[in-house]
Write a new protein. Sequence first.
Length: 362
Amino acid sequence: MNDFIPPAKPIIGDEERAAVDRVMRSGMLAQGPEVKAFEEEFAEHFGLGRACVAVNSGTSGLHLGLLAAGVKPGDEVIVPSFTFAATANSVALTGATPVFADISADDFCLDPGAVEAAITDKTVAIMPVHLYGHPAKMEELLQVARKHDLKVFEDAAQAHGASLNGTPVGAFGQFAMFSLYPTKNMTSGEGGMVSAADPETERLLRLYRNQGMQQQYHNEVVGLNNRMTDIHAAIGRVQLTKVDGWTKQRQENAAHLSTRLEGVTPPPVANGAVHVYHQYTIRVPHDRDGFAKALREEHNIGSGMFYPVPNHQLKPFQVDVDLPETAKAAAECLSLPVHPSLSEADLDRIVSAVNSLAKAGA
Ligand SMILES: *Cc1c(COP(=O)(O)O)cnc(C)c1O
């Protein structure tokens, strides 16, 4: 049988290894000059036009962002249910309540109409997710937020370099979080980067990251230790020099698939949107699980389901709410390999396997 095609594959090169070695030799491992440089380079690289704060995970980044924005017990934050649990978890960890709104069928991201319908007098913010690397409908969401005097935060964990009508994701919300977990479009090992729209949000992010201290032993608020190490930052800095090439390769791989797949719906791209294809997600309306199993067992091709269980049905949340597009996406979504390590032969194998399975199932 042909070699296994994995659904994702982190790329770590000699430059990353050398960067780690450089930090190890310096003997200074904790948050220091590498983190500071990484923060500045990240903001510059993605054209965010605002300061960035590095943390030890994307989830920490969301949590600190929410704390910095003043989200507190009793508040409600509107989030999609069709996302990774970190989105809702971070809201719940502040003591606030995640309120789940439905997604749009065309981009798997929050539906502005559904968001507006979910607003109550406790709602303080909307936190869209740029799922799979496609920007959420930010212009409409910002409009809803302005109308109801709400804040907007971004979960950009999967969307490094994505943009909407020329504005990069991460430049819309009061804060935005990018994950640097190994399977994301770039990595620092573990890590997260948070952009801040204003100096006060940035200051609070830095305080909460470090026990509430700006000045050593003069703690201003109750904080955490969510600092990034210089080892991780050094890896991230190298990856930053490579991520544009990888994104271009992801987009070329996606185009290769989209022009050749038959009998399945390729991922749509909105007008004015730049999609960075963290995932390439098709819909398989009939027996998605059987389809994935056949891909794996008959064709040796891995795939992913992001996400088969909507957050509102997870044990910690268990909310009785009807989200028809979320339910449909959870049952149909199937992410095919699109990562930059795929060869043209791999892509052709994926196309012929998917097309033959789609034909057999039709
Ligand atoms: C990965 C991810 C996170 C969490 O990031 P970590 O770095 O793994 O903590 C949050 N939200 C979404 C949508 C993600 O994909």
